[in-house]
Design a protein around this ligand. Structure first.
Ligand code: ADP
Ligand code: MG
Length: 228
């Protein structure tokens, strides 16, 4: 369902952020992507989002070769993806309900459906009561839960999370990972970039380790390999 074939990305000529990466992720998998800073993890995520184009190689998502996606098909493609970042990226001047509803209106969901789906998504992340609050009135952990609600409200086939717990304490980090795991249990394919060694080691998921733009290990029920 997500297939990278010999993907190389050079931001400047001759310097590869990703260097011949081949990776296959099946529908319904939960995969951690780990590796040192600068190893190419975010580049990988942005290529899958089609925010970047590979310098060479091919990326196929749900049978769709991203190279062949026309410009006007990109919004439709992204509708099938939920994305969560380290810095939450909520709209500061809108309340929680509106943050999620906005994501729905952008993809032209009908008001009737929005009224049903937004509270449902907020319930899934345990924030049904806080729908009127503004982002600044919430803790970091709560803000990230809103970002997850926003990412899952369209029931995406794929959820991409780039260091979603990077700004959170251990308790909140675990809560966020559990929400990602629950989304996975509902059938969503989940890719999580993280530095959280303890969580990776305890969750026993597939672990892809990157180093300097290449995949150096890929293990089922893997751990966080820190040795050089
Ligand atoms: N927009 C960019 N322009 C130029 N170089 C970049 C850009 N984004 C990332 N890089 C470089 O690509 C390499 C991989 O970066 P990145 O994918 O962000 O790694 P990670 O997420 O693992 O920290 C790094 O050497 C980084 O400096
Ligand atoms: Mg990164």
């Amino acid at each position: 369902m997500i297939e990278l074939n010999e993907v190389t990305k050079e931001y400047s000529k001759g310097v590869a952020a990703l260097n011949g990466v081949t990776l296959k992720i099946e529908q319904g998998e939960f995969v951690f992507i780990v590796g040192d800073s600068g190893s190419g993890k975010s580049t990988l995520i942005r290529l899958i989002m089609k925010e970047l184009e590979p310098t060479s190689g091919t990326i196929v998502v749900n049978g769709q070769n991203l190279e062949r996606l026309k410009h006007k098909q990109i919004p439709m493609y992204r509708r099938g993806l939920g994305v969560v970042f380290q810095d939450f990226r909520l709209l500061k001047d809108r309340n929680i309900y509106e943050n999620i509803a906005f994501a729905q209106r952008v993809v032209e969901t009908s008001p009737r459906i929005i009224k049903k789906k937004v509270p449902a998504a907020l319930s899934l992340v345990g924030l049904a009561q806080k729908y009127k609050s503004y982002p600044k009135e919430l803790s970091g952990g709560e803000q990230q839960r809103v970002a997850i609600a926003r990412a899952i409200v369209n029931e995406p086939a794929i959820l991409l999370a780039d260091e979603p717990t990077g700004n959170l304490d251990p308790t909140n980090s675990w809560e966020i990972m559990k929400l990602l795991e629950e989304a996975n249990e509902r059938g969503t394919t989940v890719l999580v970039v993280t530095h959280n060694q303890e969580i990776v080691n305890e969750m026993r998921k597939r672990v892809v380790t990157m180093k300097k733009g290449v995949i150096v290990s890929d293990e089922q029920k893997g751990g966080y390999n820190n040795e050089d």
